[in-house]
Design a protein around this ligand. Structure first.
Ligand SMILES: [Fe+2]
Ligand SMILES: [Fe+2]
Length: 339
């Protein structure tokens, strides 16, 4: 069903309740954004995936669309394959079905982080700079959402799914935020460390899937290629203006270990604090997430595994992380919204 008029689109949509809405932001009589807002005001359309099509690649338009309830955004003219991939992605996304029970703010931050992660990976594939200000904005919203509603619902909404680069990036970002808030780091530090968590593996976008998701042991050339995700990430970060140094450090050092047994043999004194923290948190996220090859560890099992790596991971940060995880990252001033 297609129409060029905004008011007609709303009437038809209410009558037929489509599975998915493609909305051009240049419709007649009403702007696409107004149609989107009106559609979202009906309870029947609370969960319907909406993809906004626009000639504008302006970042503020993308953010406005997402804030107004769009699930995704495609710049026209577009490759039909790109659009199909997005449609299939949204229709097949089991993860999204678990977002239905979330509050407006919680669903919004998940959609925002999803868009940020996908766009960052696309930037790496195209060798174009990241948008540091948008990524910072998303992490600021995450900070505020966790401050007002905690993170339990967000984490529950992505629980049980096989790990993907999206999920791993999201979890590393959220746990980085949870830990730093628990330890009462300054707000800016929480946000910048969370940005590092979000972006630490973006270089993986250049690694072929057959190597990235290989179930068995990697051969030497495959291992060298996997290691290169650090360099691929740094290459893009070096091209990106206004990216905090700690974000680059996290990308550079997250696979280094105190005893020099990491990717590039960098030892304790050379590894930044952000890199040491990321090594702990991204390992925790990796082993507590299901993959197609193994079941996830529980929090207690994961902590025990991390504690067995005391020669490799920063002992003080490890102790702090253990305490934070044991207390479920609860901060006294978290206000939990009443239903
Ligand atoms: Fe990595
Ligand atoms: Fe990672």
């Amino acid at each position: 069903m297609a129409t060029t008029r905004g008011a007609t689109a709303i009437n038809k949509a209410i009558k037929f309740i489509p599975d998915l809405v493609l909305l051009n932001d240049e419709m007649q009589t009403l702007k696409g954004l107004d149609v989107l807002k009106e559609l979202r005001s009906y309870s029947e359309f609370k969960d319907t995936p909406v993809i906004m099509l626009s000639r504008s690649a302006d970042k503020s338009n993308i953010i406005n669309s997402i804030k107004s309830g769009a699930n995704d955004y495609v710049v026209t003219p577009f490759d039909i394959g790109v659009l199909f991939a997005k449609i299939i992605g949204w229709q097949n996304s089991e993860m999204e079905t678990q977002w239905h029970g979330l509050s407006h703010e919680q669903a919004k931050i998940l959609r925002l982080l999803k868009v940020m992660i996908e766009e960052a990976f696309e930037n790496v594939r195209k060798s174009t700079p990241l948008s540091a200000s948008l990524i910072r904005y998303a992490c600021e919203i995450l900070y505020l959402t966790i401050e007002s509603e905690g993170a339990d619902a967000i984490l529950k909404a992505v629980e049980g799914y096989n790990t993907t680069m999206f999920l791993h990036s999201l979890l590393t970002c959220v746990y980085m935020m949870l830990f730093t808030r628990y330890k009462r780091y300054a707000k800016d530090s929480c946000i910048e460390l969370a940005m590092g968590g979000l972006l630490h593996d973006i270089g993986s976008a250049k690694i072929p899937n057959n190597i990235l998701f290989k179930p068995g042991k990697l051969d030497i050339n495959e291992y060298i290629e996997i290691k290169a995700h650090v360099q691929y990430g740094i290459e893009i970060m070096d091209k990106t203006p206004d990216l905090p140094q700690v974000v680059k450090d996290i990308c550079l050092y997250h696979h280094e270990r105190l005893d020099g047994s990491g990717y590039y043999g960098i030892k304790a004194e050379k590894i930044s604090t952000g890199g040491r923290l990321a090594a702990i948190i991204e390992t925790y996220c990796a082993i507590t997430t299901k993959t197609v090859y193994r079941q996830p560890k529980t929090t207690a099992e994961a902590i025990a595994t991390l504690m067995s790596l005391q020669d490799q991971l920063d002992p003080k940060l490890l102790e702090d992380f253990k305490e934070a995880a044991t207390n479920n990252f609860k901060v006294n001033n978290v206000k939990v919204k009443q239903p």
